[in-house]
Ligand binder design. Sequence first.
Ligand SMILES: N[C@@H](CCC(=O)N[C@@H](CS)C(=O)NCC(=O)O)C(=O)O
Length: 233
Amino acid sequence: MIDLYTWPTPNGHKIHIMLEETGLPYNVIPIDINKGDQFEPEFLKLSPNNKMPAMVDHDGPGGKPYGLFESGAILMYLAEKTGKFMAAETAARYRVIQWLMFQMGGIGPLFGQAHHFRQYAPEGLDLTYAVDRYTNEAGRLYGVLDRRLGEAEYLAGEYSIADIATFPWTRSHDRQGHGFDEFPNVQRWFDAIDARPAVKRALKVLADRRKPGFEKDAEARRNLFGEAQYQRR
Ligand SMILES: N[C@@H](CCC(=O)N[C@@H](CS)C(=O)NCC(=O)O)C(=O)O
């Protein structure tokens, strides 16, 4: 059994999708990042960067419990454990890892900053430069995806953990300032993944706990963007 510490965000949904796709049994342990669960000492032992997702596989290597944080590492671990969604042969495996790293180092952080400056930053500041910078970067990254998906059905050729990592971030393309009409290959790829039964099940995990407009809540702002983030420094 896998204990998954999670919340219904794009990074959480990556792991919900992988677990639903592989059929591995899992317990959901909610980490309400708006309420500050990510700063609980027990959680920090598992995830020292105070972020979800994190997991403990009670049947880890050698049959012992094994903990991991960072969604990309968790996806690679689950792919290796099940032999699914990452090729075994070296050239094909690194094609998957290459597009997974593109998501982890490019799409995740830059789309995240687009969300921050377009939706969450305090009102009354001149954010023009930051909004332009991250909206443009998001558009550039969608262009990279679109060109790749014009030559391959999925990012690494076959459906893999690279697609599983990228898809949840593209669900909120409007919040990043872009429409799929600009990116028809991304639209085709998105529709194919969105139609998968495992993906539909995964997107329901903790769906009832996600509150629209959380960014207006003072406690959530303190936990996510304010002093709670820095009090352990
Ligand atoms: N690189 C990390 C990013 C995880 C991440 O940013 N998680 C966010 C929510 S999507 C979080 O836990 N935020 C709470 C906080 O920053 O305190 C991963 O991919 O696992």
